[in-house]
Design a protein around this ligand. Structure first.
Ligand SMILES: Cc1ncc(C[n+]2csc(CCOP(=O)(O)OP(=O)(O)O)c2C)c(N)n1
Length: 367
């Protein structure tokens, strides 16, 4: 293969498992095999399935908490479960994660304490967890800024010789941002071990992909920077794990960054504040519900005897316990100091800020 061919994605999204839950006849194809994407072992796939089931229960609970006024906002990743789980399970000790607002399920799978990870979505604090202690950047809302954080952190890990890889999630819409360009370019030029996972869920709020890009696949955006790139069926958990493993291996072994475009779909609205029926049809949603990544893998695991009906019931029950624990955590009111509003705004507070802080302090004193 020429250098350019080594960067190019497969002509079709990599797929191991059909939406019906049977393996693709003849395997994922010559192109995918030539790129080294190998069928993962069943135990790893059971772990992906288990985490998807638990992650989805977490996601459903978080959505319910918005309806109960316990969370201010929640961007669901229901339907994107394979994208949220497989790359995170590929991470090892020295690696760092750089998530967006959409990636709460990934944080849950990473093992973050929900009381801390949900503080921001509750509107209590900028980021409730300690990025250094958890090796996880804050969930960024300014689109694509995390691409710069990830590329910089990855380069820092090379300089320090930690052997770590930075995993960066990003949305399809955010690949139109300048920060995406700068992050990709920096990572490529400095050979920074960064795995960019573009979750192409087909919409940037109400803007469909066709109004976002003319690129035949978002993976081609990586090629322009000299970044090895791939497109994957993001609702096929087997393909997501196989390609994530290759991407991490490529980055960790000095090959530089890797871009994965995961073709997937956001089954819920953009957030609880959005009405998705205004810009997409229920037929379209139903079609994607039929490609549910959990049902797909579960069907195959059951058919192959890697799990049993009892395993499904056990994991379901575990999910209910987790949901109950999250409810009780989130039903407790956090103790907040309103004066914190004025901290960390400027190194030297402006006169206006001091005046406002004095007003709030006076009101608080009357309580
Ligand atoms: C720099 C910036 N511009 C605009 C917005 C407003 N905004 C929030 S989410 C969003 C759509 C993002 O879509 P995408 O990147 O596809 O991610 P998804 O929400 O689908 O996960 C926009 C435009 C923002 N948060 N930051």
């Amino acid at each position: 293969m020429t250098d350019v061919q080594q960067l190019l994605p497969c002509s079709e999204p990599v797929r191991f498992l059909e939406p019906t839950g049977t393996l693709v006849a003849g395997g994922p194809g010559e192109e995918a095999s030539a790129r080294g994407y190998a069928m993962p072992e069943p135990e790893a796939l059971v772990e992906v399935w288990r985490n998807m089931v638990l992650g989805r229960r977490f996601d459903a609970q978080a959505t319910a908490l918005t309806k109960q006024g316990r969370l201010a906002v929640y961007p669901s990743s229901r339907g994107q479960d394979a994208c949220q789980v497989a790359p995170v399970l590929t991470m090892t000790g020295p690696d760092w994660l750089f998530p967006t607002y959409r990636d709460s399920m990934a944080l849950f799978v990473r093992g973050l304490n929900p009381a801390e990870s949900m503080a921001q979505l509750r509107g209590n604090w900028h980021s409730g967890y300690d990025p250094k202690a958890t090796q996880t950047g804050p969930q960024t809302t300014p689109l694509a800024t995390q691409a710069l954080h990830a590329a910089g952190a990855a380069y820092g890990m090379v300089r320090r010789g930690t052997g770590g890889v930075a995993l960066c999630y990003i949305g399809d819409g955010a690949t139109s941002e300048g920060d995406f360009h700068e992050g990709m370019n920096f990572a490529a030029v400095f050979n920074a071990p960064t795995v960019f996972v573009v979750q192409n869920n087909k919409y940037a709020i109400s803007v469909p992909l066709a109004k976002q890009t003319k690129a035949p696949s978002l993976a081609y955006k990586g090629v322009g920077y000299g970044v090895r790139s791939e497109q994957v069926d993001g609702n096929d958990p087997i393909a997501m794990l196989a390609v994530s493993r290759a991407a991490f291996e490529h980055a960790r072994s000095g090959g530089g960054p890797f871009l994965i475009e995961a073709h997937t779909y956001r089954m819920e609205a953009h957030t609880n504040a959005d009405d998705a029926t205004r810009y997409r049809s229920s037929d379209e949603v139903d079609e994607w519900v039929g490609r549910d990544p959990i049902v797909r893998l579960q069907t195959w695991l059951l058919a192959e005897g890697h799990i049993e009906d009892a395993t499904v019931e056990e994991v379901r029950a575990e999910g209910e316990e987790i949901a109950a624990r999250i409810r009780s955590i989130m039903n407790e009111d956090a103790v907040l100091d309103p004066m914190e509003l004025f901290e960390h705004v400027y190194a030297e507070p402006t006169p206006q800020l001091r005046e406002q802080a004095a007003m709030v302090a006076a009101e608080e004193a009357l309580r």
